[in-house]
Design a binder for this molecule. Sequence first.
Ligand SMILES: [Zn+2]
Length: 344
Amino acid sequence: MRATVMFGAGDVRIENVPDARLVEPTDAVVRVSRAAICGSDLWPYATLERSETSRRMGHEAIGVVEAVGADVRTMNVGDLVVMPFAFSDGTCIFCHEGLQTSCVHGGFFGTPDVDGAQAEAVRVPQADGTLFVLPVGEDDALMPSLLTLTDVMGTGHHAAVTAEVGPGKTVAVVGDGAVGLCGVIAARRLGAERIIILGRHPDRIALAREFGATDVVSKRGEEAMERVRELTDGFGVHSVLECVGLEQSTLTAIAIARPGGAVGRVGVPQDETMPASLPAFYNNVTVGGGPAPVRAYIEELLSDVLEGRIEPGRVFDRVVGIEGVPDGYRAMNDREAIKVMVQP
Ligand SMILES: [Zn+2]
């Protein structure tokens, strides 16, 4: 089968690889009908050192179950399923607490242990706990929005939940990538009164406004912080969704939270240490977040997608076939595309 392999920074190729197959009795094999390229795939695309071992990429997919292991109980061959970016057993203490990304038998797709999903098919460990069977068919026009439930919509929602967004609150979203845009949707969905997006790409800002952003701050650094304070009577916002992961964006996120506010971090941190420890401390700002347990959120978000109340699939502004994946990486890296959907 054909699959996406990264050999080093800037070097993504489509290769022939052995077909995905069942290994454990708890596995399923899923034929991928839609996959996606993630903003987090761009970090290795920029920095991965060339080595002996190449990396099989991709952690977002919707597909059709092609085979199930002997112990799989909750799905059948032919079911259409959503595959969250992390696999989880659904039964351990953390899964029961809704934190599937810390599952004691869990892990992540597109790692040395489990192959990626930017491919014609993918092996899914812990199929019963991981996959969610969809009540719609494969050609459904809702596919792009359903695909965001594998990562970006669930991640934006997690940022909003950990930032304690609620009715009447003022919210800031740092970052105008696909996760930030989904964070705007999530903040509005949870009842935020005012949503300030910090970003500088005109096409993304326009989409953010359609998703519910009420104010735009296109400055960076100190100027951005100053502008947010101006918009909020000098106090800052109740809730900040940090959707980038860089030192500057994290610093900004903490600086624009008002005393007693909360920051939800979902941008993968690119630094070992966290900035703005002193303002976070003196302002009693709660800093939370981490890898989103998107599996926990699928059911809650699904009905809004199916009934058309939210349209996160609009973040996809380009579709490629499997052979077009390398150019999809380039387009996202050059900020030519917000997010690329793969139709193998
Ligand atoms: Zn678990």
